[in-house]
Design a protein around this ligand. Structure first.
Ligand code: SAH
Ligand code: SF4
Length: 354
């Protein structure tokens, strides 16, 4: 049985035709799902009997386990159990005055084993299918008064090792939800061959590459995949993407005090990325480390992050310091799940959403 957001337009048309419903009903259902982005259960424009029948025939793929909203009311996070096998995944909604961004998971767990990442610490469970990825966007959209304008693949998992499902989800977010490709960001730890494949796709999505260090010796300590795809190879694939798509590439850099935040390291990174080819060169997003249970480090102080960014700018590399949102609800990658699997009280500063 196909799930609600796994179903294509043709699937919905066929289902309603099979039930002998007039053609306009299929338009109406599709519109509710993808344009109005409302829950079918709440679609009072549909006759009650048809609505019940649809809810049965097109089941949801995700059951909420926990829903948390940060104090500011602008960041929400869900822990879901996939209805298929109860695998747990997370989704984050970040609301802004005029728009909203949804951060989706592409896998339950992750096999890449980055040392500072809660998802990496917990290991790999399975790939998500495209319906499970896309449903995260729609379920978050239903909870957001602001229209979802951006989707980022920065939740649990490495999207480029689940390539086909990730790409199918990107296409549905673009074609059915109507987001422009540049508002869909795929974040990768640096799976070079898959980055080249992405460069050849029809949609120019935004690419973010998780770098975290400027030398192979240092990066290997944080990102085990660096042994397979070292920095030069990752940058080469990123440059191919930038060239093919005419898009600036973003490099993510999780800043860890005493590990990768020294002025000397900023200089090496600045020189490395200052030479990055392509339109607009490289952009660096400095992410203060979110502490996790399995890794001892912590984030540098604000001024030292700003000094690091200033050194990068000295090399012609644009750099921004990401403001962490929702730290009071463990909004960083994999953290809610690891907390849930080792039952504890929710963080005191978080409250359950109504
Ligand atoms: N697997 C992909 C996408 C998911 S992780 C990737 O690694 O890019 C999304 C981002 O969150 C990555 O840049 C990752 O390095 C970062 N991240 C993971 N754990 C973090 C932590 N504890 N603190 C700060 N950033 C973290
Ligand atoms: Fe996987 Fe990304 Fe976490 Fe690394 S940082 S373990 S690639 S989710």
């Amino acid at each position: 049985m196909t799930t609600r957001y796994g179903a294509s337009r043709a699937d919905v048309d066929a289902l309603l035709a099979d039930w002998g419903e007039p053609r306009y009903r299929a338009d109406q259902v599709w519109d509710a799902l993808w344009r109005q982005q409302i829950a079918l259960e709440d679609d009072t424009a549909l006759p009650r009997a048809l609505r019940d029948r649809l809810v049965d025939a097109l089941p949801l793929a995700l059951d909420p386990v926990t829903e948390l909203t940060a104090h500011d009311g602008m960041t929400s996070k869900w822990l879901w159990a996939c209805t298929r096998d109860r695998a747990q995944i997370e989704t984050v909604l970040m609301r802004y005055p005029e728009r909203a961004t949804v951060c989706v998971s592409s896998q339950a767990g992750c096999a890449m084993g980055c040392t500072f990442c809660a998802t990496g610490q917990a290991g790999f469970e399975r790939h998500l299918d495209a319906g499970e990825i896309v449903e995260q966007v729609l379920r978050a959209a239903q909870a957001s008064p602001q229209r979802v304008s951006n989707v980022v693949f920065m939740g649990m998992g490495e999207p480029l090792v689940n390539y086909d499902n990730t790409w199918a989800a990107v296409e549905r977010i673009h074609d059915d939800l109507g987001l422009s490709a540049r508002r869909i960001t795929v974040s990768t730890v640096g799976v070079a061959p898959a980055m080249r494949r992405l460069a050849a796709e029809r949609l120019p999505v935004t690419l973010a590459v998780s770098l975290h260090a400027a030398t192979d010796a240092e990066r290997e300590q944080l990102v085990p995949l660096n042994r397979r795809y070292p920095i030069a190879e990752v940058l080469d694939a990123a440059a191919e993407f930038a060239g093919a798509k005419g898009r600036r590439v973003t490099f993510e850099y999780a800043c860890i005090e005493g590990v990768n935040d020294s002025p000397a390291q900023a200089e090496v990174l600045g020189r490395l990325l200052g030479a990055f080819p392509g339109v607009g060169g490289a952009h660096v997003n400095l992410i203060p480390l979110n502490p996790t249970d399995g890794f001892g480090g912590h984030a540098p102080a604000g001024p030292s992050l700003e000094a690091f960014a200033a050194r990068l700018r000295g090399h012609g590399v644009t750099a921004t310091v990401r403001r962490n949102r929702g730290t009071d609800i463990a909004a960083a990658c994999g953290q809610l799940r690891s907390r849930e699997l080792m039952p504890q009280e929710p963080p005191p500063s978080a409250r359950m959403a109504p």
